[in-house]
Design a protein around this ligand. Structure first.
Ligand SMILES: Cc1cc2nc3c(=O)[nH]c(=O)nc-3n(C[C@H](O)[C@H](O)[C@H](O)COP(=O)(O)OP(=O)(O)OC[C@H]3O[C@@H](n4cnc5c(N)ncnc54)[C@H](O)[C@@H]3O)c2cc1C
Length: 560
């Protein structure tokens, strides 16, 4: 069996030698190290490796190879090795000169590199190795060879197997999907002792579950599914960025904190492949990774979690708030934070609804993108999430078409994303166009779409292997009682926005407090929210600060 290759290219022999030593010392057991002195030699190597079926995990190239012509070495790596990570080697401190900074901005904007790497300056150079291991972990995730990958084996992509994939995705568990009649699928079925009903879920520790329930699956994946007691200081409904942030601050500040979520962690953020605008993550962070870290952080502070439970009702009685759960249980708290976010609207094209999971996906392509190599894919939506999805897909797919109903891409998308979309050669933007039909191939995977022009109503059938839908969201507030005031579209009104509407107490509502005293709202579910990870995180922490204020006032009133 061949081992993956780490390829370094630098014209300076001495510098290349230092990189070769550093890579060989640390990685030679699991990877083959190839070092070459020119872009032409590097391309030859990459081609020969592709022809021989050998995989390249990482290409490190000196700054001189990152020209802006678009035909540079780093920009072409993915034509031959779709999952290879690409790093630009720079000198320590050189980011101060305009040329290096310019090369980095350009290469990142064009998605020719994942990030830059500072050349090793001593041996061992742990900073250098941290960069290399981060690249290798990303490569392993994209190749589905990361440790602890859970395999789902099924006869079809849709239906229950798609739901199982979603559950694992929501629990932030790396997973892969194998058709039962594929070579890997057959091996996994045989190893699990033939005869079990499909879909099968095979865990890295040898556990095999045959068509498990969501609760069984989440529990086997290590997610806690039951509250360990019934009374808390704070119950947070929703484990997205807002809920996780509230959990970190609540638990770290000594509040008995429970998070209830009807899936796993991360909310919408788990469908974001690369969040580049969240403070402290200069190379970007996948929504899933961010959620995993936040979950761990809340957990080590002592926050409790109950996954796979819908909150189905809420009432306030005797100064306490009660939240009823879908399993029939109820939890109570001195205060509740509603952080239930929002969910994507459906497209409402029946033939495409049948293909959800089989080429049609709601939300971002975080886990599907690496499988779209050489495909024609479509993204529907005009907001940042759609722009991000298109860019991520463009790294793998042959062609990405971004479809917008409106007449301008600038209206809903941040300027930096618009710029990146415009300069990415394999992204096409089609304005005033909507998806009105589609169909699958003989294996039940998406094969074509029917598009309609909003100008003249003309329809067109186009070949499409994947479709990602990001077409606006509605808040998850239907389960809340009528006395909880909501604004336009059902988003929750808070603080000054309530304008006294339905507010029952003499004191004014606190900033993120809803019309039910002691019940707060944070993140995308709140009317007027900013729909950003950072703002959701900020509001989660503010809600906890306000809850401290509320508890202090209640204590004073109790003493008076
Ligand atoms: C593809 C994509 C890309 C994005 N990229 C970026 C980006 O680059 N930068 C950025 O800043 N923002 C980005 N966003 C937006 C960002 O993800 C959201 O603003 C953020 O996730 C909102 O967090 P939240 O906690 O308020 O809600 P959500 O993330 O929606 O989480 C809400 C949680 O509550 C759960 N829930 C709902 N109802 C119930 C119920 N009744 N009972 C129990 N649980 C319930 C949901 O299942 C979910 O887990 C992106 C969004 C998407 C979809």
């Amino acid at each position: 069996m061949t081992v993956p290759v780490l390829l370094a290219v630098d014209e300076d022999e001495r510098l290349l030698g230092a990189i070769e030593r550093e890579l060989s010392d640390r990685y030679a057991r699991g990877y083959r190290i190839v070092c070459v002195g020119s872009a032409a030699r590097a391309m030859e190597e990459l081609r020969a490796l592709a022809d021989a079926g050998e995989e390249v995990a990482l290409v490190l190239a000196a700054q001189s190879f990152a020209d802006t012509s678009g035909s540079d070495l780093l920009g072409r790596v993915r034509e031959l090795h779709a999952h290879a990570q690409r790093g630009l080697l720079i000198e320590w401190g050189s980011w101060g000169d305009g040329q290096t900074a310019g090369a980095i901005y350009q290469a990142m904007a064009r998605r020719h590199i994942e990030y830059y790497v500072i050349r090793p300056s001593q041996s061992p150079d742990e900073l250098f190795h941290q960069s290399v291991s981060t690249f290798l972990l990303e490569w392993a995730h994209a190749r589905r060879v990361s440790p602890h990958t859970v395999h789902i084996v099924s006869e079809s992509w849709t239906g229950r197997s798609h739901e199982l994939k979603e559950v694992l995705g929501r629990c932030a568990v790396p997973h892969s999907f194998e058709l039962a009649d594929s070579p890997i699928g057959r091996t996994l079925v045989a190893e699990s002792g033939d005869g079990e009903p499909l879909p099968l879920v095979v865990f890295p520790n040898g556990t095999v579950l045959a068509n498990p329930t969501n609760l069984e699956l989440a529990s086997a994946a290590g997610a806690t599914i039951d509250p360990d007691k019934r009374a808390y200081d704070v119950v947070i409904v929703g484990g997205g960025p807002a809920g996780l942030s509230a959990a970190v601050y609540g638990a770290s500040e000594g509040l008995q904190t429970l998070v209830v979520d009807n899936g796993g962690i991360g909310g919408q953020a788990t469908s974001s492949s690369l969040i580049r605008n969240y403070l402290g993550f200069p190379r970007g962070v996948s929504g899933r990774r961010l959620a995993e870290r936040a979950y761990e952080q809340a957990w080590v502070f002592g926050a409790k979690f109950a996954f796979m439970h819908d909150a189905v009702a809420l009432r306030r009685e005797g100064g306490r708030v009660y939240v009823a759960l879908s399993d029939g249980g109820e939890v109570e708290a001195r205060a509740v934070i509603l952080a239930t976010g929002a969910t994507y609207r459906r497209l409402d094209v029946p033939e495409l609804e049948q293909l959800v999971g089989a080429g049609v996906f709601y939300g971002g392509p975080a886990s599907e993108a690496p499988t779209t190599v050489d495909e024609d894919v479509y993204v529907v939506g005009g907001a940042n999430s759609a722009g991000q999805a298109a860019l991520h897909l463009a790294e793998y797919a042959r062609k990405v078409t971004l479809l917008l109903r409106g007449d301008s891409i600038e209206k809903g998308m941040s300027h930096y994303l618009v710029r990146q979309v415009e300069i990415t050669p394999n992204i096409d933007v089609r304005l005033r166009t909507e998806v009105v039909g589609g169909g699958g191939d003989s294996e039940g995977w998406l094969e074509h779409l029917v598009l309609r022009s909003r100008d003249d109503g003309a329809t067109e059938k186009v070949k499409a292997e994947e479709l990602f839908l990001m077409i606006g969201a509605h808040p998850n507030t239907d389960w809340l009682p009528p006395e909880l005031a909501r604004g336009e579209g059902g988003f929750i009104r808070t603080g000054e926005e309530l304008n006294g509407d339905g507010w029952p107490l003499e004191r004014c509502p606190l900033a993120l407090e809803t019309s039910i005293p002691g019940v707060f709202a944070a993140g995308d579910v709140r009317h007027g929210s900013m729909n950003r990870v950072a703002s959701a995180v900020g509001e989660g922490s503010i809600a906890i600060r306000l809850i401290h204020e509320l508890f202090a006032t209640e204590q004073l009133q109790a003493r008076a």
